[in-house]
Design a protein around this ligand. Structure first.
Ligand code: ADE
Length: 229
């Protein structure tokens, strides 16, 4: 799957050379290309932003460089889903990650800087996505979050795809059960006896109950939560 990012800081995307995503990249399972928005800037200074009409502080990203960058990337690689990274977007979720991983040929992510985009940029994209209710200085980290969450769902990217089915939000409704490994006792805290029992039926039941209880306590907004516990 192809990921294209339009950004003023293409060098930030070298962070995706690490770990499993880096391996998927070098094995050719995914391709991540960061396109420098500055190259599409206006005039001798390659301007990409300007003062807001109506006054006020901060700078606004002009629409023409972004439109030119989108057209260039689209010409090179047609059929990408175009996504604007913005705190005003639809909240990103595992459901959306799954949708992109299964339905999209590739993603074009547009990362802004400064105070925001000229409103008319919104007409150029298919989706607007926020990674949470906080404001970052730019859309680069949000774009990386989306790439990471989608890429790990693609066939061959994870070492052990079975772990995809068990993890939090896999069915969109429960947090994961607690995990333990060696040692059996650590600073007075023991591994629950049932996990050492070898009784797989009991273990499954314990995990299901723990997942429900934990979801009820931490995330009662999720549908699989039980209220008590
Ligand atoms: N750009 C700045 N903050 C952001 C956020 N929370 N989500 C997506 N893009 C952003």
């Amino acid at each position: 799957m192809e990921f294209h990012v339009i950004t003023l800081f293409p060098e930030m995307f070298a962070a995706l050379d690490a770990g499993l995503i880096g391996r998927a990249r070098s094995e050719g399972l995914i391709a991540i290309t960061a396109h420098n928005l500055r190259e599409y800037g206006l005039g001798a200074y390659r301007q990409v932003d300007d003062a807001p009409y109506g006054g006020g502080s901060g700078m606004v990203m002009r629409p023409e460089p972004i439109a030119a960058a989108i057209d260039a990337v689209e010409g090179e690689s047609p059929g990408l889903v175009k996504i604007l990274m913005t705190p005003q977007g639809e909240p990103f979720s595992q459901r959306i990650a799954r949708e992109f991983a299964t339905a999209a040929r590739g993603l074009m992510l547009i990362a802004g800087r400064y105070e925001g985009f000229d409103e008319r940029v919104r007409a150029l994209v298919d989706r607007e996505i926020s990674i949470g209710d906080y404001v970052l200085t730019g859309g680069e980290l949000p774009a990386m979050v989306v790439i990471e969450a989608v890429a790990r769902l693609l066939p061959g990217v994870l070492g052990n795809p079975a772990s995809l089915e068990e993890e939090s939000f896999a069915d969109g409704e429960l947090l994961e059960y607690p995990h333990y490994t060696r040692p059996e006792e650590f600073r007075g805290m023991r591994v629950p006896e049932v996990l050492l029992s070898g009784d797989h039926g009991k273990i499954r039941e314990w995990r299901r109950n723990e997942a429900r209880r934990r979801t009820g306590r931490r995330r009662p907004d999720l549908s699989g939560a039980t209220r008590k516990g």
